[in-house]
Design a protein around this ligand. Structure first.
Ligand code: NAG
Length: 736
């Protein structure tokens, strides 16, 4: 306990069980799929073949207000559908909220904040007349730590990603917009994404990569976007194995599958493989030519290569999704133009969610001698280009495709225009004024200049970062995927130079994913390391909340930080990718006894928590799930079969939130990873207060994919409750 009196967010002891669909009233969108299908079937009868083709064929690249548009069908009051990026806000608008990136949302481990983020995303989209917002992202999942788009998703664990998908989708769709779960599937890197093939064995597909898409289907997601890559040699958007068999048949997906932009390659192959909508409906480069559906689909029906019933099915799925979320009733019409960015103030108070996420997604990695939180230091040196907004402005580079100034989002179609961006130095200056703290700065990445600014300061805060994005833009030699796991702009040298002259050096890192911290992590002058992630427009404010103790840090890593890149065992590949196993991220470190620098689920606090009173109840039965087919899989797969509880007490000196995590070890016969995340809570606890962590295990959470079905193996399951994947505080077992 620290003998300090500092202002902290004090909240009463609150317990929150991890929300599970099985024991909650349906929070699905406005009406049921059955009712939506009934309406769609009635509407379908009024449509001509050309109407139908217009509903499933994009109007062409940049032919319409939105990034994707389809033709209206006036006989049924169906509008030109507006499809717009992206997963963290509305692209091509000035005035939309730039929310925390998916990876940062995940590092809060806060279901309520993730849900609220989804709701706010949906509200902004609806106000703008967007029917389909192109997110959230469940693939890539972070198999490859340098993968360029990992930051758009929710981390390197299917359970965590699945919960975040569910909450985001339900939040968005309840607000009235159709969500789009993407990118389906096996697209884990940017390099060669449009030609490479991913050969994912069936079990690995189910237990890792398909898992969060099953959660998405269970949550009622309206649409799914197929990815650019091939699976087993067949393009995802014409792959009957993944679309017809896995998604529509096995998972019972009732909505429609749209192509990623230009990811369609054939007319009949894609139609018969299960694609339901082509986007943008033309080549990027040849908007008038090479239209694979439209008239070509009509001819394919006439010649019998595609059945009329298949086209009807495409249309029914698309219309049903529109009815599902209530867009047939007075939905706004899009007036913005993506190709001429205008001002639309739709943010409201949503910045509060961004600030809370910026704050609560921060992971405190090191804090020697309680240097943090800061206590009115006499002087602070603020160092690094990452501490300021880029001199040319936060939106100077198209699609955020440069790494100048502070990093708050990656680049590509998943980034949006910042309405504003609060950099660390902006917020530190405001606080310093209140405290009478003198600030010296060196706002470039020059090591010598940084050291001279730091020399006489009581505390030096060094800001470094690492960026990545979508492969159509190369930034400083990084073609989407990162070149390596080092900070950009010689960040390690900057940290070392400052630490050489200042005994209280604090490192703040904004990053799209893991970095190697070895060059300075054990340096005694580096007294604190603050993993500030990818926080969105409120970056600096959230950071200052943590640096000064307005809140205790409560974020936990959604991936492993290794000691060396080779420890991950995965890397961007040049040809096809045949290297798939069950052991990504912490699953591999655990299996191979590799000690990480900071494990999955790790994060320090300004207070401390004790764990006790583990209970395990329930009597799961061995064998396969045999329930009726339901969205996401057999209905019994989602039933609670065991419940684990633990008492968590704030035993330290300040209020704070803890994320107790449940990991399950399967019987040896399952040949499963040693531990797998199967539950988490986030508990806000006042000093001395206790709360109950409740983890409901669904049949699914104890099952392995075996012989084409989900099976609970018999034997002994290990129950591990702790503060990270390696900081296990309580152990128990479930015998099946
Ligand atoms: C791809 O091939 C692997 C290995 O043969 C197989 O296990 C998997 O089921 C195939 N995937 C699809 C979607 O057919």
């Amino acid at each position: 306990m620290r003998g300090l009196s500092i202002p902290l967010l004090v909240s009463a002891a609150v317990t929150r069980a991890s929300a599970l669909p099985s024991d909650q009233p349906s929070r699905r969108a406005t009406i049921s799929w059955d009712d939506a299908y009934a309406k769609a079937t009635t509407a379908l009868a009024k449509l001509s073949l050309s109407d139908k083709v217009g509903i499933v064929t994009g109007t062409g690249w940049q032919a319409g207000n939105c990034v994707g548009n389809t033709k209206a069908a006036s006989s049924i009051g169906y509008p030109s559908l507006c499809l717009q990026d992206g997963p963290l806000g509305v692209r091509y608008i000035n005035g939309a909220t730039s929310f925390a990136a998916g990876i940062h949302a995940a590092s809060t481990w806060d279901i309520d904040l993730i849900r609220e983020r989804g709701t706010f995303l949906g509200q902004e989209a609806k106000q703008l007349g967007i029917h389909v917002q192109l997110g959230p992202v469940a693939g890539p999942m972070g198999k490859i730590p340098t993968g360029g788009r990992n930051w758009e998703g929710f981390g390197a664990d299917p359970y965590l990603v699945g919960i975040a998908m569910r909450e985001t989708i339900q939040g968005m769709q309840e607000a009235g917009v159709q969500a789009c779960a993407k990118h389906y599937i096996g697209n884990e890197q940017e390099k060669n994404r449009e030609s490479m093939s991913s050969a994912i064995p069936d079990r690995i597909m189910h237990e890792l990569y398909l898992w969060p898409f099953a959660d998405s289907v269970q949550a009622g997601v309206a649409s799914v976007m197929c990815s650019y890559n091939k699976i087993n040699g067949t393009y995802a958007c014409e792959n009957g194995g993944i679309i017809n068999k896995l998604l529509k048949d096995e998972l019972g997906f009732k909505g429609y599958v749209m192509s990623d932009w230009n990811a369609q390659h054939t007319t009949t192959g894609s139609a018969n493989g299960g694609l339901d909508m082509t986007m943008p409906g033309s080549d990027f480069n040849n908007p008038k030519g090479n239209i694979l559906w439209g008239a070509a689909l009509q001819s394919a029906v006439s010649s019998g290569q595609v059945q009329q019933s298949r086209v009807d099915d495409m249309v029914k799925r698309t219309l049903a999704a529109w009815y599902l979320v209530g867009q047939d009733k007075g939905y706004p019409t899009a007036t913005f133009n993506s190709w001429k960015i205008g001002n639309y103030n739709v943010g409201g108070n949503h910045k509060d969610n961004v600030r809370k996420m910026a704050r609560d997604g921060i992971v405190l990695l090191k804090n020697i001698g309680n240097v943090l939180p800061l206590k009115k230091p006499k002087s602070i040196a603020v160092i690094g280009s990452d501490s300021i907004v880029a001199p040319k402005g936060a939106n100077a580079c198209v699609d955020r495709g440069c790494n100048d100034g502070t990093l708050a989002v990656g680049w590509g179609s998943g980034a949006i225009e910042f309405p504003y961006l609060i950099a660390p130095l902006d917020a530190i200056k405001t606080q310093a004024q209140k405290d009478g703290t003198t600030i010296t700065t060196s706002t470039n990445d020059n090591a010598q200049q940084g050291a001279s600014a730091a020399q006489n300061a009581e505390v030096a805060i060094v800001h470094i970062n690492s960026d990545s994005g979508e492969g159509y833009i190369t930034v400083e030699g990084n073609a989407g995927d990162r070149k390596d796991l080092n900070p950009w702009h010689n960040g390690n040298d900057l940290v070392k130079a400052v630490a050489a002259v200042n005994k209280k050096t604090i490192v703040v890192i904004h990053s799209v994913g893991p970095l190697i911290l070895e060059p300075y992590i054990d340096n005694p002058n580096v007294v604190a390391v603050v993993w500030a992630g990818l926080p969105g427009q409120e970056s600096g404010n959230g950071l200052v909340d943590i640096l000064y103790g307005a809140a205790s840090p409560s974020g936990k890593l959604p991936y492993t930080i290794a000691k060396q890149p080779s420890d991950y065992g995965t890397a961007v590949t040049s040809g096809d990718d045949a290297s798939w196993d069950l052991f990504i991220d912490y699953r591999r470190f655990d299996k191979n006894n590799i000690t990480p620098r900071f494990e999955f689920g790790f994060g320090l606090s300004y207070t401390s928590f004790t764990y006790d009173a583990l209970t395990v109840t329930g009597a799961p039965t061995a064998g396969p799930a045999v329930g009726a087919k339901a969205p996401g899989g057999p209905a019994d797969l989602f039933e609670t079969v065991a419940t684990v509880t633990a008492k968590i007490t704030n035993s330290g000196g300040v209020a704070g939130a803890e994320v107790p995590q449940l990991y399950i070890g399967y019987p040896a016969s399952a040949n499963a990873p040693p531990k797998q995340l199967r539950g988490f809570n986030k508990l806000n606890l006042a000093v001395g207060a206790s709360g109950t962590a409740t983890f409901k295990l669904r049949r699914r959470d104890l099952s392995v994919w075996e012989g084409g079905r989900w099976v609970v193996p018999s034997g002994e399951f290990g129950v591990f409750v702790g503060a990270s994947s390696r900081d296990v505080r309580l152990t128990g077992k479930i015998t099946v």
